[in-house]
Each structure stands twice: as C-alpha cells, then as structure tokens.
Ligand binder design. Structure first.
Ligand SMILES: C[S@@+](CC[C@H](N)C(=O)[O-])C[C@H]1O[C@@H](n2cnc3c(N)ncnc32)[C@H](O)[C@@H]1O
Ligand SMILES: O=c1cc(-c2ccc(O)c(O)c2)oc2c(O)c(O)ccc12
Length: 360
C-alpha cells in the first residue's frame, strides 16, 4: 500500500487525531459542567469546610451505589480541566484519600455567590439555543440574516424572546450574572464615572450594572433604557429610573451613555445608527459628553490563545444569533469615525472585554 501520508509523519497525524478529538468531543466538557451543576457539586464542596473525599461527596449527593464510580470519573475529567483540585487528605483511619476542592473556575459555579456565573452557564447550555447551531450549514445558503430566522422562525432574537418569556428570563438572568463579575473590573475604573451628573445605560437590561454604579455614585442621575418587555415593572430608586424604549428611535439626553455588551449584537450599519443617536444624546449647546463602551476588542497578537478563543466563540455566536460581530481596534476605529466621533481611549480591564471611552 503506497502512501506518503500527504507528506505528514505518522506522529504528526497521531497528534492531529488527538487535536481533532479534543475539539469534537469538547461538548462533553460542557455537558459534564452542566451535570456537576445539576448534582449541586460546586455548592456541596463550597459548603464543606475542607476538601471533600469521594465517600463524603457521594453521601451528600445521595447517589445510588452503582453510580459512585461515575461521580468519581466525572470529577476526574473536570479536575483534569482545572474545574476542581484533587489533593490528599488523611482520614480518620490515617489513610491518605483523594479530596476535591474548588478552583477559581468552579467558584464561579456556586449558587447565590456575588460572582456566580451559574445563570450564564444555564443560558449558554440551553437546549433550544444549542440546537439552533445545528442549522449553520443550511443557514449559509439562505437569504436569512440570522440563525434565529432559519432555526426558530422568528425575525430576531429579541422577537423570539418576547414570545418566549421563559427564555427571556433565562437571558436576563444570564446577563445579570455577567454584570456581577464586571463590577470587579469597574471598581478599578471608577474615574470614568467621576464628575458626571447624568448617565443613560442603553440596552442596560434588568439593571444589575445600574444598581452598582448608581449606588456608588448617589448624585448621578442614572437612566436604564431597554426594550419595554425587559424593563416594564422594574422599580428604580432615588437616582435610578428604568425607561422602556428603542435606542434606534431616541435616547434620553445625558452627560454620558453606557453601552455594555450591546454593540456586539449589531451589524456595522446598526452600530453606526446607535452611536449617532448616542452622540446626539450627549451633545448639548454648552457641553459635549462621552460614550462609555464595555465590549470585546479582538487582539490576537497580544492576547493569550484561550482569551482569543473565547472572543472568537462569541464572534460566531453573535454572527449567528444577531448578525452581530466581535471587533478588533481597527474595526472599532472605523465605526467611531463613521458615527462622527473624533477620539477614543481603550482600557483593557474586564477579562475578555475592554472599556472604551469615546468622545465627539
Ligand atoms: C446583550 S444584552 C446586554 C445587557 C446589559 N447591558 C448587560 O451587559 O448585562 C443587550 C440588551 O440590549 C437590549 N436591546 C435590544 N434591542 C434594543 C433596542 N432597540 N433598544 C434598547 N435596548 C435594546 C436587549 O433587550 C438586551 O437587554
Ligand atoms: O453571552 C451571550 C451568550 C449567548 C449565547 C447563548 C446561547 C448559546 O448557545 C451561545 O453560544 C451563546 O448569547 C448572547 C447574546 O445573544 C447576546 O446578545 C449577548 C451575549 C450573549
């Protein structure tokens, strides 16, 4: 059998086989994270005062004896991928036993903690949304802008959610959980909000970011603008008001506009429309305000491989779900110029996102 393996050595092809399997079976990591959450494993470990052994873990889980080894194998895979640490502890019989503890990544999966990303995991592993990605091939050959049209038959993701209140709640809770972590980054960026009398948080969702900033700046008049189905019925406070509306139609006047995780949902043309409306909202006779953007800036040269991978995952998700995209600095610069802004400054502070200050 004559073959030159297309010029590759056997060892290169075996490496390629491993590489391929790592990626095509990666959905099992997702499923195992979901499984561990369903069992409540991060919470049990969190509530246990010290690293927990397998016998104690399965006792707390109350799994049938026949499934004990399955839990051990679940924990082995997740520990291999840094979702748990495995350490040795000495038990009452003076024997060394494996015990599990949380890593920073599984700390994010603990229910009810300030930095819990549990709702984001529930959103991203939602069956309807995950199934949608099976239609990418078909979608390519349609005239439809988004996979939501091809797979779910709705004009836009926002329309689909308006018709599916359970998904809307899941989405809003996912966004809220994301905002909790962004708080940590904002602590170092307070200077961006200093000196402002008023701010409109455009597409501000159910107001988690709003609560944090409006509490930190009690003299700041803070308005959250979002779709009526998102903000109707949400109570504000002294300096926080929720307004139902449409950012393409009009944005209330203020010293500054905040756009957190909004522009990546939209095409370039739509972003230019939104940014022009923002410019109008911050321009008055006697002063020019600013726009504060919290979003992704792709930077393949500077970022670690894993960080870029996350940004590129979001790029595919935004393309498919919204006809949106993730952008590099050059893309952002082009949008800013076309929308009539002259100056901007990027602070890379929020993990895979940055804060951009934008001036007319
Ligand atoms: C990805 S979410 C981000 C929410 C929030 N800024 C955050 O970071 O948690 C985008 C938000 O834009 C809102 N949105 C979509 N279309 C809108 C429109 N035409 N006018 C105002 N808000 C809109 C959505 O309802 C959603 O809450
Ligand atoms: O963080 C997000 C995640 C997703 C999302 C949902 C289900 C998936 O299966 C998936 O891969 C991604 O959707 C978003 C979105 O639609 C936004 O407008 C803004 C942010 C997100």
């Amino acid at each position: 059998m004559a073959s030159d393996n297309n010029g590759y050595s056997a060892s290169e092809l075996f490496q390629a086989q491993v590489h391929l399997h790592r990626h095509i079976q990666n959905h099992l990591t997702t499923q195992c994270i979901k499984w561990a959450i369903e069992l409540g494993i991060p919470d049990i470990i969190h509530n246990h005062a010290q690293p927990i052994t397998l016998p104690h873990l399965v006792l707390a889980l109350q799994v049938p004896q026949a499934k004990v080894a399955c839990v051990q194998r679940l924990m082995r895979l997740l520990a291999h991928n840094n979702f748990f640490f495995i350490t040795k502890i000495i038990d009452t019989n003076a024997e060394a036993k494996d015990a599990y503890s949380l890593t920073p990544s599984s700390q994010l999966l603990v229910k009810g903690s300030d930095q819990s990303l549990l709702s984001m995991v529930q959103l991203m592993t939602n069956q309807t949304l995950c199934d949608m990605f099976n239609h990418l091939g078909k979608w390519t050959f349609t005239e439809e802008n988004t996979l939501v049209e091809t797979a779910l038959g709705s004009e836009s993701f926002w329309d689909y959610m308006q018709q599916n209140p359970t998904l809307l709640t899941l989405f809003n809770e996912g966004m809220e959980s994301d905002s909790s972590l962004v708080r940590l980054g904002l602590r170092d960026c307070k200077f961006v909000f200093e000196g402002l009398d008023s701010l409109v948080d455009v597409g501000g969702g159910t107001g988690n970011t709003a609560k944090f900033i409006s509490e930190a700046f009690p003299n700041l008049k803070y308005i959250v603008l979002d779709l009526p189905q998102v903000v109707t019925g949400i109570a504000g406070s002294n300096n926080l008001t929720f307004v139902g509306g449409n950012m393409f139609k009009s944005i209330p006047q203020a010293d500054a506009v905040l756009l957190k995780w909004v522009l990546h949902d939209w095409s370039d043309d739509d972003c230019i429309k939104i940014l022009k409306n923002c410019k109008e909202a911050i321009s008055s006779k006697d002063k020019q305000g600013k726009v504060i953007i919290i979003d992704t800036v792709i930077n393949e040269k500077q970022d670690e491989h894993g960080v870029t991978e996350v940004k590129l995952f979001f790029d595919i998700a935004m393309m498919a779900i919204h006809n949106g995209k993730e952008r590099d600095e050059n893309d952002w610069k082009g949008l800013f110029k076309k929308a009539g802004f002259t100056n901007y400054k990027i602070f890379p502070t929020f993990g895979f996102r940055s804060l951009i200050e934008l001036f007319p």
